[in-house]
Design a protein around this ligand. Structure first.
Ligand code: ATP
Length: 314
């Protein structure tokens, strides 16, 4: 039986602004998201049963119904019950390369890959928009992970406007392997500390959204001005994560001392990334950081921006 293998790319946040609360309990956000070539490989194979089975040897990744890849497959079986009974159950194998609870959308991109893969395997012929609508039911980052590239994301992160792609930029990611930050904790703490300043009326909310669309980060991306993009990096969640996690703050400082184009935490952390104009520059940053911190717990990845979301490789 044919195995479908897909690459599921991680993302970083070039910009993340928390605007306010939403009636559905989520936060209203304005973000600029960027796919990078660090990716998990997801293999899908019909297993001749009527069950979904997830295999992953990463200790922090559950293989039961809590796994986003499992949830994506379960959603597809509910949406297309006849096709499911025709094709039967599937084995999903996750080859984890993206660090977990790192602010890189590792779980979301696995869910996205299963939606795209099952659409192909079951010959459903869904459009990208239809797949993204299904993805939004699984998680706010899933629609972006399907399309990939560079995009503005508003609402809870699921409303996307594509931006020109930035393939000539590199990001050096650094993360203490033993240090994870829960996304739920980061947003809850942000609400506790800064909730009073949240925008509450609809007019102001639309104004803030609009400000990102017509703002300087989007202009810098349109002009492919790497230096300016790096100067405009922004992440509101640093306000809660850096004070609570001094090692992340120290890591950011150590990266800044190497004078890259710019440095920022991704999403809710704990990954910090530095931008570079070339692979050579990025590799130099990597070895300098390794030498400076000399900590076996520190993972460092040299990655390139990519325009790809989910990619079928076999
Ligand atoms: P985001 O950037 O979207 O906030 P993240 O990169 O911070 O996500 P994930 O790596 O997606 O965080 O992990 C978040 C939680 O989801 C972990 O506690 C993990 O156990 C769980 N999880 C469920 N499914 C997966 C999956 N397929 N891969 C990784 N983590 C998963």
């Amino acid at each position: 039986m044919h195995t479908y293998s897909l690459l599921a790319h991680a993302k970083i946040n070039l910009y993340l602004e928390v605007i306010g609360d939403r009636p559905d309990g989520y936060h209203e956000l304005a973000m600029v998201l960027q796919s990078i070539d660090l990716a998990d490989r997801i293999d899908l194979r019909a297993n001749g049963t009527n069950r979904i089975q997830v295999h992953c040897d990463h200790p922090q990744v559950p293989t039961d119904e809590r796994n986003l890849a499992y949830k994506a497959a379960a959603l597809m079986t509910e949406e297309f019950p006849d096709t499911f009974s025709q094709f039967g159950g599937i084995d999903i194998t996750i080859h984890k390369r993206i660090p977990v609870e790192a602010g890189l959308a590792g779980g979301s991109c696995n869910g996205a890959a299963v939606l795209v893969g099952l659409d192909l395997m079951w010959k459903l012929g869904l459009t990208q928009i239809e797949l993204q609508e299904l993805g939004a039911k699984l998680g706010s980052d899933v629609p972006f992970c399907i399309a990939g590239g560079t995009a503005i994301a508003t609402g809870r992160g699921e409303q996307l406007s594509p931006l020109p792609s930035l393939e000539d930029m590199y990001a050096v990611l650094a993360k203490y392997q033993s240090l994870s930050v829960s996304t739920g904790w980061a947003y809850q703490t942000y609400r506790q500390q800064f909730g009073e300043a949240y925008v509450s009326n609809r007019q102001d909310l639309l104004g803030r959204r609009q400000r990102v669309h017509s703002g300087s980060m989007v202009a810098a991306i349109s002009h492919r001005n790497n230096e300016q993009i790096a100067q405009l990096l922004h992440n509101d969640l640093e306000r809660v994560v850096l004070p609570a996690q001094p090692r992340v703050a120290q890591l950011k400082k150590a990266m800044q001392q190497l004078n890259p184009l710019g440095v920022m935490m991704s999403g809710s952390g704990s990954t910090v990334f530095a931008l570079a104009n070339s692979r050579a520059q990025a590799e130099t940053l990597r070895s300098q950081l390794q030498q400076q911190l000399a900590d076996p717990d520190l993972g460092i990845w040299v990655t390139r921006f990519t325009a790809n979301g989910i990619q079928l490789i076999r």
